[in-house]
Design a protein around this ligand. Sequence first.
Ligand SMILES: NC(=O)c1ccc[n+]([C@@H]2O[C@H](COP(=O)([O-])OP(=O)(O)OC[C@H]3O[C@@H](n4cnc5c(N)ncnc54)[C@H](O)[C@@H]3O)[C@@H](O)[C@H]2O)c1
Length: 218
Amino acid sequence: MMSEQRIPQATARRLPLYYRVLENVKRAGKQRISSTELSKAVKIDAATIRRDFSYFGALGRKGYGYNVEYLLTFFRKILEQDDKTGVVLVGVGNLGMALLHYNFQKSHNIKIMKAYDVDPKKIGQTIAGIPIYSMDDLKEGSLADTPIAILTVPAQVAQVTADRLIEAGIKGILNFTPARIDVPEHIRLHNIDLTIELQTLIYFLKHYPLPAGEQEAE
Ligand SMILES: NC(=O)c1ccc[n+]([C@@H]2O[C@H](COP(=O)([O-])OP(=O)(O)OC[C@H]3O[C@@H](n4cnc5c(N)ncnc54)[C@H](O)[C@@H]3O)[C@@H](O)[C@H]2O)c1
């Protein structure tokens, strides 16, 4: 099947851009677009676009260009595969609970599938449709289909929890704890430290004040 064919990473990264521009083209009432026009709109050279599109078998006919609807349908299918990107959340406390309720409703391609905790009062419950499992259910390789974990446990258990998640097959960790954790090279780690963000903001406000803006007239 075409959708199972692996497309180069660089091509994959351009898909959302193509998609957005083609949606605008469609909204403007155009049914087809030449690779030169498309190239101008996305600011990517026409040869690259042709090569990218050739991976999907969308070759574009000489003198006709690309069928906008066909491309949109195609890209929608490919982009929606990302919808299945599974995310788990570990540590259903104040912050974890808020994130479960939020569950990234506005982004199609992020969904928290399940959560984990050690608190027997929480295990077995369902929050906003997301089941909470015991950490004991985290067996080696059990999260191989769920690439991303959001870490919202107390800082002092962040490292051991991350180690267990990696053993379970996680590929990326979004670390909300202030702990700095070590991960092997093949694991991606992103830290979101609200204290650091706030301190940076305070620093910038103090040292790089913005020019006074005009007051909005009511
Ligand atoms: N609350 C916030 O607004 C906020 C903001 C930024 C960062 N953080 C950070 O996020 C983390 C969580 O904060 P919180 O306020 O939600 O804490 P919390 O104490 O309310 O929740 C922690 C949760 O983790 C669970 N837990 C404890 N040990 C565990 C383990 N070994 N494995 C799995 N689960 C475990 C607890 O049962 C609890 O449900 C902390 O590291 C905190 O510094 C919190």
